[in-house]
Design a protein around this ligand. Structure first.
Ligand code: PDD
Length: 286
């Protein structure tokens, strides 16, 4: 399988990672996950913008222009021949030896890697929804940076898995932030509520798109903090990310939201999101 390694596309077996790469040693790096449908990336500009924004928030220089990156990821998509799947793009601060917490000199080149994985849309799951749990948001206070140090996220995801759930809904002192790997929204009294961007959540690209869809459909959207009580009183709950799109939540612990069919606002947003995909990437068969 072909992968991106710095500014080249090489066979995966050719990639060499130095044990003192700071991504490997400190989790010092950033990433993006970008979905392709019908051989075309969806929201590529928005994802690349966030990639540069994450890099600048940790004072890391991206040694490529947006045009160069765009060219590279599109070449990878072509060369893998994948139609529908996920690009994982990562930039670490490069190799600094001997190990030293301090940022290395500007001369150290950040290391770029990128892989493509074929993943179909899971239409059945988007209809059935996913079970979730609620747990403490144990992460740090710069969750707006899409960084590769994800131990907090994976620990709460594992907690969900232990409870036969697929996603962990996170809260800080009773205020719902987001999920382990997605944003969260509720529908309460006909309004859609979701946590505002800032340092406590990742500014999701999928969230950006569904908010646009919701406004176009005439649903009131408020980006405000809301409580666990609001969550349990909600008519509908959904999470969103590049890989799961707009995903209904079917239950939160023992609290059942729906049995068979997700709520009508969630379904309307799923359909509108699908239209957005089809506008950019062409008609989908699944
Ligand atoms: N995760 N919040 C968190 C903590 C996330 O990890 C993600 C995405 C999102 C949604 O962001 P977007 O809509 O831009 O995908 C929100 C990706 C998919 C991942 O880490 O695999």
């Amino acid at each position: 399988m072909k992968v991106i390694w710095n500014n080249e596309i090489v066979d995966r077996s050719q990639v060499r990672i130095d044990p003192e790469d700071r991504g490997y040693q400190f989790g010092d790096g950033i990433y993006e996950v970008i979905r392709a449908y019908n051989g075309t990336f969806f929201c590529l500009e928005e994802h690349l913008d966030r990639f540069y924004s994450s890099a600048s928030k940790i004072e890391m220089n991206v040694p490529y222009t947006p045009a160069e990156l765009k060219h590279l990821v599109n070449r990878l998509l072509d060369e893998t021949g994948i139609q529908t799947g996920n690009l994982y793009l990562q930039l670490t601060r490069g190799v600094s030896s001997p190990r030293n917490h301090m940022y290395p000199d500007a001369g150290v080149l950040p290391m770029l890697t990128g892989t493509m994985t074929a993943v179909d849309r899971d239409a059945a799951k988007m209809e059935a929804g996913i079970p979730t749990i609620v747990t403490d948001d144990i992460r740090w206070l710069k969750c707006d940076i899409k960084m590769i140090s994800l131990l907090g996220n994976i620990m709460v995801k594992h907690e969900a898995h232990k409870h036969n759930a697929e996603e962990a809904i996170l809260h800080r002192d009773g205020i719902v932030t987001e999920c382990s790997s997605s944003n969260l929204a509720i529908v309460k009294n006909g309004e859609i509520l979701t946590h505002p961007d800032g340092n406590l959540i990742l500014p999701g690209i999928t969230k950006l798109v569904w908010i646009r869809c919701a406004k176009a459909l005439g649903y009131p959207v408020r980006e405000v903090p809301f409580s666990l009580d609001d969550l349990y009183e909600a008519e509908e709950v959904f999470c969103s990310s590049t890989t799961i799109e707009v995903m209904p939540v079917s239950r939160i612990g023992d609290h059942v939201l729906f049995d068979k069919v997700p709520g009508k606002v969630t379904r309307a947003l799923q359909n509108a999101y699908l239209e957005e995909i089809e506008q950019q990437c062409g008609l989908l068969t699944v």
